[in-house]
Every structure is written in structure tokens, then in C-alpha cells.
Ligand binder design. Sequence first.
Ligand code: DC
Length: 230
Amino acid sequence: MQKINIAIDGYSSTGKSTLARQLAAALGYVYIDSGAMYRAVTLYALQHDLLEPEKLLGKLASIELRFDLNPENHKSEIHLNGKNVEKQIRSLEVSRKVSEISAIAEVRHKLVALQRSMGKEKGVVMDGRDIGTVVFPDADLKIFMTASPEIRANRRYKELLEKGDSVSYEAVLQNVRHRDNLDSTREMSPLKKADDAIEVDNSDMSLKEQFERIHAHALRVIAQKEKAPS
Ligand code: DC
């Protein structure tokens, strides 16, 4: 069966990774979390005291990233220089610094090249901020996900409460707005809908409904591709 690459971009807390995982599982594709790669480089910078761009640049070649399937949960998890860092990259410390690190041009060049090589054989669902615009501009299916800041903040607030974090809804909403602003105004590869992306506003859509619609659409795109292989 003909394979395609699927690019999923959008604002934070719009459920990109949930949708990407569901699609990859349903289609038998590989899911790649490009944000995890930026987070792993940030972790490396924190571990080696390389937060200033000049210091980090000299060490970029020493960073080796790989996704390996974890047999316990069947998820592909990120490895930094051979070590599984899937949990460590989600820390608050990494979250606080990742915007700065992901704005460094050389970091983006290195990771975009790696992401493109991962998609060479097709059959990849990748989520991020610049997948449809920069990484796979020729992807056969591009999705751009949005939801109102209030709805996203509420989802994130509930997740944090469940994890036992005591935060206020107002603080979460402020953080969502701040990250939207950083993601969409940075100079290098800002978050932007590709002209040929399908915009999905899931403010009032259930996960099931969202998945069913996009999965059906992906199957149509693949069928079309089979009829007219390029
Ligand atoms: O999706 P996430 O929150 O794990 O992403 C972490 C950070 O990495 C986020 O600040 C945006 C950045 N990022 C990026 O610049 N480009 C991507 N393709 C993916 C993530």
C-alpha cells in the first residue's frame, strides 16, 4: 500500500500528539514527536551547562538522538546519546528553557535534517510547529490544530491537577498565551498554518470525533495516491 507522510502542527495543548499517535497506530505508521527532539537538546544543554548558544554550538555534533520502541508500553521513546530520556525531557526545567533552545538556527538545522531523514521512506506521522511548513513541505496530508486559549488552558489545568500540581487556572491561561506568542512570533520557523493544511478547531470536538474524521480523510488521501502514484 502506498504510504504518505502526515504533518501535524498547531498550538500547544491542542492534542497534537494524541491525534498523531492514534493515526499512526491505525495506519501502521511511525509516530515521531519532534518536540521531544528539541526537549532532548535542551536537556543536554542543561546537563552540560551549555545554555548560551555560543557554548552549545560547539557541542551540537556530540548530540545523538534516536527513537526506540519501548516494549513495555509500545511507545517510541527518545534516547539521548544512548540513554532513554523520555521522562526527563518533560520536566519543568526543560519546559522553561526549550523555547530559547529551539529558537537557535543551528539547532533547528540539525533537527530538521534528522526529521527529514526519518521521513524519507514515508509512513511517518510527525507533530510539531514547522512540520508542514519546513520539515515536510510536500507532505500529502497536513493538519493544523487550534482551539481557544481558554479551552486549552482548561485541559492543561485539569491534567496538572490530576498530576497533583497545585496551580491556578489563571496562571495556566497566562502560560498558554505566553507560549502561543513565543511560538508564533519567533524569527526562525514560527508556528504558522501551511497554505495547504487543513485547519481543525477542536474546541467543541471530542477526541473520538476528531480521530474518526481525520482518519477517514487520511484514508481518502492514501486511496487517491494509490490511483495516481507520483
Ligand atoms: O510540542 P512540545 O511542547 O513538546 O515542544 C517543545 C518545544 O519545542 C516548544 O516550545 C516548541 C518547540 N518545537 C519547535 O520549535 N519545533 C517543533 N517542530 C517542535 C517543537
